[in-house]
Design a protein. Structure first.
Length: 290
């Protein structure tokens, strides 16, 4: 008697099942099919268990690999179209250390914003060197000031003016307005901060003859700036997606990544910020008079 028949017969005898219409051959075929079906189901169940165990690990490994690629600047969350945004540039500070501007300027960039001052008494240690050397290239150059809540707008304007020379053809002065520390976002605090910021902007425009640019994150823009400074060009930061501003506000510059890696600088910071101008090359070279 075939083994398959014997297995089915024993099983059926135990369960008191009867197959009066099946001969030994049919029962043998039935047993074989049943065994194959059972084994296939067993294998699938085992595979599913393995998948359930390994899937989270595999997902974690893939996510970790992508995170590492983004962290090290190999992949970027944002990669604006060079056709739509042909004008690109960097912003730098002492964190980029010693910069070879001849090398940096040849890497498909058209402008550079350089940190100059912070508050009413701090000067970036690399500003004078960076500003002078950047001007010797074909780049358009600008200087930015980090707004501080610890001093008046008047004092900050005087400090910037004493540090940054007035030169024809440079980009307008930039005021970097960000939230930092323990920010108090109550209405009185906002009004006080806006008053000092307005004084700073007024003094800079009066001295340089150019309306300053406001740099902001989407948070600092929505909390303090939205609806108050629409006559000022906006340089917005969003390193994950395209800028999404309230009141359909247009931006002039967009800082789209803080994880780029270029040649020509050696400092504590291995990455460099990249930006685009919202316009054509012709519009950029006529800016801000276009």
């Amino acid at each position: 008697m075939p083994k398959d028949y014997h297995r089915v017969e024993v099983f059926c005898n135990r369960k008191n099942y009867k197959f009066p219409l099946l001969d030994h051959t049919c029962i043998s075929c039935y047993a074989t099919i049943s065994y194959v079906t059972f084994y296939w189901g067993y294998c699938m169940a085992k595979a599913n268990r393995i998948l359930l165990i390994t899937a989270p690990l595999l997902f974690s490994l893939i996510a970790g690999a992508f995170a590492a690629l983004f962290y090290h600047g190999i992949l970027l969350f944002n990669n604006p179209s060079s056709t739509r945004y042909p004008v690109r540039g960097v912003d730098v500070s002492a964190y980029q250390g010693d910069i070879d501007w001849a090398v940096l300027s040849r890497q498909n960039i058209h402008f550079a914003f350089i940190k100059a001052t912070d508050g009413s008494d701090f000067v970036d240690r690399c500003f004078q060197t960076n500003f002078k050397n950047a001007l010797s290239t074909g780049l358009r150059v600008g200087a930015y000031h980090f707004f501080s809540r610890g001093s008046t707008g008047k004092a900050q304007a005087e400090h910037y003016i004493a540090t940054v020379p007035k030169i024809d053809g440079v980009l307008p002065p930039v005021v970097d307005f960000e939230l930092y520390g323990d920010n108090n976002t109550s209405t009185p605090e906002r009004e006080v901060i806006r008053a000092e910021l307005s004084t700073l902007l007024y003094e800079l425009e009066a001295y340089y003859g150019l309306k300053p640019i406001l740099y902001a994150t989407e948070t600092s823009y929505s909390v303090y700036l939205s609806g108050y400074y629409d006559s000022y060009d906006l340089w917005i930061r969003n390193v994950f997606t395209r800028p999404k501003l309230l009141r359909i506000r247009l931006w002039t510059f967009w800082q789209y990544t803080n994880r780029a890696r270029l040649d020509g600088y050696h400092g504590d910071e291995r990455y460099i910020d990249l930006n685009v101008f919202n316009g054509t090359l012709e519009e950029f070279y006529n800016y801000p008079n276009n």
